[in-house]
Each structure stands twice: as C-alpha cells, then as structure tokens.
Design a protein around this ligand. Structure first.
Ligand SMILES: C[S@@+](CC[C@H](N)C(=O)[O-])C[C@H]1O[C@@H](n2cnc3c(N)ncnc32)[C@H](O)[C@@H]1O
Length: 248
C-alpha cells in the first residue's frame, strides 16, 4: 500500500516544493506515496485565525498555541499513523530511522514556527520529536521535507535498479566509496585504473576498501569492530615458522 504523508503547517503552500521534483515527484505522480497538508489556522476560532501567543513566564518571541495544532492532528491521525513533531530537541534523524519510517502506513509531520510549540501538544498526542541536526531552523517545513525525501526514496519501487540506494552512504553503516564518470582524465586527475579495468571482482574489492578507509578518515564513530578487523586483518600464521621453544 502507498505511504500516506500529511504535513501540519501554517505554510501549506510550501509543499510539495522540492518534493515535487525528480524522483520523489515522479513517485508522487505515480501514486507510490501521497501528500496532504493541514493548516492549523483552519482550527483557530478567533477572527484573525491566531495560532501563536506570548510565552507564559515571559521571554522572547511567540509560541504556537496548543488548540489549533492538537485539533489539526486529530483531523488526520488514525490508528496506523506515526506522529512526528519536528524539533531541534528531538531524536536525531538518521538512516535507520528513515528505514523505520519507510515501512509505516501513514506519517503525520507537525511543523513548528516562532519559538516552538506549546509543550502540551506533545504531552496530549504522545508525538515523537525528531531533529534533522544540531542547529536551529526557522520552521519545521524544511526539516519535514528532508525527512520525507529520505523516506520516500526507500519505498519499494521508487528508485530504479540503476538508482539503487543499496551502495549508498549509511546503507551498510559505511560512507560511500568515491565515484567517477567520463572523461577518464580531467585536469590531470585520472580515474583509478581499476574502475576502467572491467574486472568486477577487483572493482568491488576496491570500492569496499575505499568505503572503509573513507569512513575511518571522516566518520570513525560509524565503524564496528568487524569493519576495523576488515581494515586491519591480523597477520596469517606462517606455515613455515617454527613454534616457539617451550620456556623452562
Ligand atoms: C526557531 S525553531 C524553535 C527553536 C526552539 N526555540 C528551540 O530552541 O528549541 C522553530 C521550529 O523550527 C523547527 N526546527 C528548527 N530546527 C530544527 C531541527 N534541527 N530539526 C527539526 N526541526 C527544527 C521546529 O519545528 C521548531 O519548532
């Protein structure tokens, strides 16, 4: 069944935005996922459709009021929905979470604005908070788009075999090996000979080694003990070496 996505945002016109282009756009047109938006202003009862107010206790900026957001959530949430609240204080979004979300039936994203969202929205709805990184954006819309893009490309059939994500960075816990295309030499830099050799086994071994070395250099935190062993295998015992003399 196609993934259903609903985004709750006071800027619904930002969607689909970049999600309407390229691979995610094609998948949207072909019905591999669907996208709806809900504007919480529709649930604001005053004449000006106000969705924000001053923070209790003082401080800078405005806070999103709970009522319009909770009612917007209730208008789309079902038994099979996973409710995600974009927040810099949330669980860090990564490839594992993208995979987890790609098997959901329905994702509902709540985008904050201003200084954030009244805490009671999270408490009343039990939403999961997710962050796209340790920095602060102006609003949750770009963060939601990042998450949706990463999730949609993992849906079965969205990427063709030539666009497969299987070799990509983070898929196997490693960064991707360096890529080259034509011409074979550009401004004095040659494509490594092995990639031009047509020898699939050697190409695969070179790529694996490059992925391991690049990960060690840039993101050693990703490497497992098995990766480290693969990078630095213990020396094989020599068949000709004499066993050490037993000490007396
Ligand atoms: C200006 S931010 C509010 C930041 C909040 N005052 C704080 O310090 O945590 C407004 C909205 O942008 C979104 N946002 C900002 N940074 C984000 C991030 N790193 N990941 C996910 N959402 C983010 C959230 O929805 C947030 O409610």
């Amino acid at each position: 069944m196609a993934l259903r996505v609903d985004v709750i945002s006071i800027f619904p016109d930002l969607f689909p935005g970049p999600l309407g282009a390229s691979i995610t756009g094609r998948a949207l047109t072909e019905g591999q996922w669907s996208l709806g938006t809900v504007d919480p202003r529709a649930f604001a009862l005053d004449r000006h459709r106000t969705v924000d107010d001053y923070p209790y206790g003082g401080g800078p900026g405005m806070v999103m009021r709970p009522g319009p957001l909770v009612e917007a959530i209730e208008s789309v949430r079902g038994a099979d929905s996973r409710l995600l609240l974009l927040s810099p204080a949330g669980r860090r979004f990564d490839h594992a979470l993208a995979h987890e979300l790609s098997i959901a039936a329905h994702l509902v994203f709540v985008c904050g604005r201003y200084e954030g969202i009244d805490e009671r929205v999270r408490l009343l709805t039990d939403a999961e908070e997710i962050s796209v990184g340790d920095f602060v954006l102006t609003g949750g819309e770009l963060a939601a788009m990042v998450v949706i893009d990463a999730v949609v490309r993992l849906l079965p059939g969205v990427l063709s075999t030539t666009e497969s994500w299987r070799d990509e960075s983070h898929t196997e816990g490693l960064l991707e090996y360096p890529q080259y295309t034509r011409p074979p030499e550009y401004r004095g830099l040659r494509t490594p000979d092995v990639l031009l050799s047509g020898h699939h086994g050697q190409v695969a071994a070179w790529r694996r080694r490059q992925a391991l070395e690049r990960t060690l250099e840039r993101r050693p935190d990703l490497l497992t003990p098995a990766h480290l062993l693969e990078l630095h295998p213990p020396p094989k015992p020599s068949r000709h070496k004499k066993p050490p003399e037993p000490s007396l």
